[in-house]
Design a protein around this ligand. Structure first.
Ligand SMILES: [Zn+2]
Length: 439
């Protein structure tokens, strides 16, 4: 979990995942994968338990499932963005070729930074999805070294695609279209999931889904990309209405076990039951998951390529927070805000480049927004008194990633800082990510 946030705004804008960028680049040759040669067209899911403590991590196999139609790109099969704390690869055993790779972060990664992880071992259910290979394959998991942030291989397993233990995933719930922009292969497919809504509260959930869509499309660059974004909602009722608040001794029996007080942070509302989340998500074609919870209490979070979560209750600025958290969960955008007086952070240590596209320490600025800064713009860039947005230039403004000094952002204000429009740096990074996802 990212560190406890002290400012009011900081408290509202929970989090992505902690991590730094390292130097692994995927070779161009690896991305030359013929989809129809290697894949069946369906989705495969590998469930496991991610276990350990603050200094160790282990992967324990659970099961393999065969799910619905593959909703991702049939061209972009090797994720070239070096985001996240984890990545996995699928290797065709006959040829030794990497045929799929994707990056992500997890709740386990965040738990590893909590005080509890220094004295306790825990396991978290996890699962990754990928296009179902036609032939026997090996799945390999990588995590970043805690200090150097270089990738290290952590686990490898061979899968026989004709193994009768591969389970056919059940899809018991129906889905509804909230917005359809294009076909699933060439669009970003988002699925919205309910938690804490009873059978009688279906309309309330569907109303929240429409609000989520309207909030997303109110912000560039999502506005201009409606034609290649699909949003679907899976409807599944919870036994009880509301969301658990352990710190207030309030518990509810709900579909996805979402709760406040995750890692003892009141506003950090998440679920540790990620396989349940995947079970419900699989009822629609999807790449990105966002959970809407039936509560008026403020809180939520977003973890890169894992899931985003927000309260569907009518509190102030709900739509903006939905979009902020989606920035974290879609592509791991970092928080650009500052905690006054904060000078040291384990999340963004000196000498290590943040892997997030919108933050830099100038250790490895290459490929971020350096080409958008004109030669006349001084670095670091100052916000001149009395200027407004029309006077601002893309530059390197000091402060970001909760730190006052040493970490730089590209623009004075942003959705990832103060819930305003996405800054030009974030807009450009999101557009490039959408180009990749929608190929
Ligand atoms: Zn930004």
């Amino acid at each position: 979990m990212k560190k406890q946030l002290t400012l009011l705004m900081a408290a509202l804008l929970l989090l992505s995942c902690s991590a730094k960028r390292a130097a692994e680049k995927t070779s161009a040759a690896d991305s030359d994968v013929n989809y129809s040669e290697f894949f069946t067209g369906k989705t495969m899911r590998f469930d496991f338990h991610h276990a350990g403590n603050s200094t160790s991590e282990y992967y324990y196999f659970d099961r393999v499932l065969r799910e619905g139609e593959w909703a991702g790109s049939q061209v972009s099969l090797i994720n070239p963005f070096d985001y996240g704390e984890q990545h996995f690869r699928i290797i065709d055993q006959a040829t030794g070729k990497i045929i799929y790779k994707n990056n992500y972060c997890t709740l386990f990664n965040e738990w590893q930074t909590t005080p509890e992880a220094t004295s306790t071992n825990r396991s978290f259910p996890e699962g990754v999805i990928f296009p179902e290979p036609k032939n026997d394959f090996t799945i390999e998991f990588f995590a970043r070294n805690k200090k150097s942030k270089e990738w290290e291989k952590k686990y490898s397993q061979n899968i026989d695609t004709e193994d009768y233990n591969i389970k056919e995933g059940k899809r018991p719930y129906s889905s509804a279209d909230i917005h359809i922009g294009g076909d699933i292969a060439h669009s970003l497919d988002i699925v919205l999931l309910p938690d804490g809504f009873t059978e009688e509260e279906k309309e309330k959930f569907m109303g929240a889904c429409n609000m989520w869509r309207d909030a997303l499309f109110a912000y560039a660059p999502f506005t201009q990309n409606k034609h290649r974004i699909n949003i679907r909602a899976v409807w599944a009722a919870s036994e009880e209405s509301g969301i658990s608040k352990p710190g207030m001794n309030e518990w509810h029996n709900t579909l996805l076990d979402c709760r406040f007080y995750t890692f003892n942070s009141e506003r950090y509302q998440m679920t540790e039951q990620f396989q349940k989340v995947r079970d419900v998500a699989s009822c629609a074609p999807y790449e990105c998951i966002y959970i809407l919870t039936n509560t008026d209490k403020y809180g939520g979070g977003g973890i890169y390529n894992f899931y985003g979560l927000g309260s569907a209750g009518k509190t102030g600025r709900t739509g903006e927070v939905y979009v902020h958290e989606f920035g974290h969960s879609l592509m791991g955008l970092g928080d650009e805000y500052i905690e006054i007086g904060n000078t040291v952070s384990a999340l963004y240590p000196e000498g290590v480049e943040p892997w997030e596209a919108n933050l830099t320490r100038f250790v490895d600025f290459n490929g971020k927004w350096e080409k958008s800064i004109s030669k006349e713009t001084p670095i670091p860039t100052e916000i001149k008194e009395g200027t407004t947005e029309k006077d601002w230039k893309i530059g390197a403004y000091e402060g970001g990633g909760y730190l006052e000094k040493g970490v730089f952002r590209g623009w004075p204000e942003c959705m990832m800082k103060a819930l305003t429009d996405f800054c030009p740096v974030c807009q450009d990074a999101i557009s490039r990510y959408l180009d990749y996802m929608c190929k």
